[in-house]
Design a protein around this ligand. Structure first.
Ligand code: URA
Length: 425
């Protein structure tokens, strides 16, 4: 086969055969196809897209570039989010679904750029290990029904190489490429049930709801074709998920939800997503699954599973009773309202960038993270606040000069000036 012929076919929107796609992926992974030819093909895909059959063939070729996990557990579930700001839902949904009898075997990556990663969040708990071998992962799943493992290098090596190239060549934003990248990893993890949370809006890969729906639709169809019980949901990322952004701060918020101390949008989203998993697992009707998810939290069963999993993965389980044991920042800065205003919304991506600036995330894969850093939101869209009120608080240990972060945080607030008295509630 000849790479130039295949690039030309995609350039002219002539579909490639399964064999041609496999050849491209295998040759590139083996180092036989140079970066410049793979980049040219990726760019052709960005402009012309791929058919559903090509997207499926690409997903399978990338999945088959490495190991496929095989757990000795009859039925496992995994949940994937396409990346958000303040998205700590996995820390709540995992234990909640496990408490309802669904084994949550979660393989996760680290955060990059303005979005956080579940692995980093959990590693803010002192001692918590995610570099488990498959046997340890399986043992913990047998004991608690919930475990999180970091993605091994032997899983989907093709995606690792292609994703780095896409980052460097402006070819990340393509629905078939995003779909194949995510689904190849999910199929290699090999859970029986897959819940895919596709985000849209500021702070998400997909800026519009219609693009997110297209991505959700193709990912769901690929999951089902591959024999998985699969559902993709589309959720709005036009505001952070919950109040806290940043690793230890997000673990604290997740524990507060699991303790039953907090309700609101994050709680409702987690109940809905847990019920989705329970429904896919055949645990009952929608109403029954929602009730089971709520009970898992109100009874304390989900918190107990989280506590035991933390212990078995080497972390300090006492954080579940006392979140002051999580890392705390040395420096804080309150962002206050300059005038009376109604909060209309936030530029979520910019809040993610502020949190990155404070040390909560990484730009390069080898950057170190300040686990204590991040943002706590005090105001939500729809709130009326008066001049001097705190809109959000910035936290950091590595950064004591908040000047740039504060200006960017203020600019991330969309508000409306109000001259009348604030409505009394
Ligand atoms: N997440 C992935 O794993 N791959 C993409 O292409 C985009 C988001």
């Amino acid at each position: 086969m000849n790479a130039v012929d295949l690039i030309n076919k995609t350039k002219k929107s002539v579909p490639l055969t399964d064999g041609e796609i496999k050849w491209l992926i295998d040759s590139y992974t083996a180092g036989e196809l140079p970066d410049y030819q793979m980049s040219a093909w990726l760019m052709a895909v960005c402009f012309n897209g791929l058919t559903d059959d090509e997207t499926l063939a690409l997903t399978y070729a990338m999945r088959d570039s490495g190991d496929i996990m095989c757990l000795d557990i009859p039925m496992t579930a995994d949940k994937h989010s396409t990346g958000g700001v303040g998205d700590k839902t996995s820390l709540i949904i995992g234990p909640a679904a496990a408490a309802c009898g669904v084994c949550m075997a979660k393989m996760s990556g680290r955060g990059l750029g303005h979005t956080g990663g579940t692995i980093d969040k959990l590693e803010s708990i002192k001692g918590f290990r995610t570099d488990l071998c498959v046997q340890e992962f399986e043992d913990i799943l047998h004991k608690t029904g919930f475990s999180v493992i970091s993605q091994s290098d032997s899983l989907c090596p093709a995606d690792k190489k292609i994703y780095a190239l896409r980052n460097a060549t402006g070819t990340v934003n393509s629905i078939p490429l995003i779909c194949a990248s995510i689904m190849s990893k999910k199929l290699a993890t090999n859970a029986d049930i897959l819940l895919l949370d596709v985000k849209y809006g500021s702070g998400a890969f997909m800026k519009s709801r219609s693009d997110a729906e297209r991505l959700a639709d193709i990912m769901e169809r690929i999951g089902r074709t591959a024999g998985k019980k699969c559902k993709a949901v589309v959720t709005d990322m036009d505001e952070p998920l919950g109040k806290n952004i940043g690793n230890a701060l997000e673990v604290e918020e997740a524990i507060n939800i699991l303790r039953g101390n907090e309700r609101g949008r994050l709680y409702e989203i987690c109940i809905g997503l847990t019920a989705d998993i329970l429904e896919l697992a055949g645990k009952g009707s929608r109403i029954e699954c929602v009730a089971m998810a709520e009970n898992a939290i109100s009874s304390g069963a989900a918190l107990e599973i989280f506590r035991r999993t933390i212990e078995l993965q080497g972390g300090d389980p006492a954080v579940c009773g006392d979140t002051s044991l999580l890392p705390h920042s040395r420096f804080t800065y309150r962002v206050r309202a300059a005038r009376d205003m109604k909060i209309l919304g936030f530029d979520t991506e910019e809040l993610g960038m502020v949190s990155l600036l404070l040390g909560a995330g990484r730009i390069g894969m080898d950057d170190r993270i300040d686990m204590s850093a991040g943002i706590v939101m005090s105001a939500q869209p729809g709130d009326y606040i008066v001049a001097g009120d705190t809109i959000m608080t910035l936290y950091s240990t590595i950064c004591s000069d908040f000047s740039e972060a504060a200006v960017r945080a203020v600019n991330a607030v969309r508000s409306e000036k109000i001259n009348c008295h604030i409505p009394l509630t």
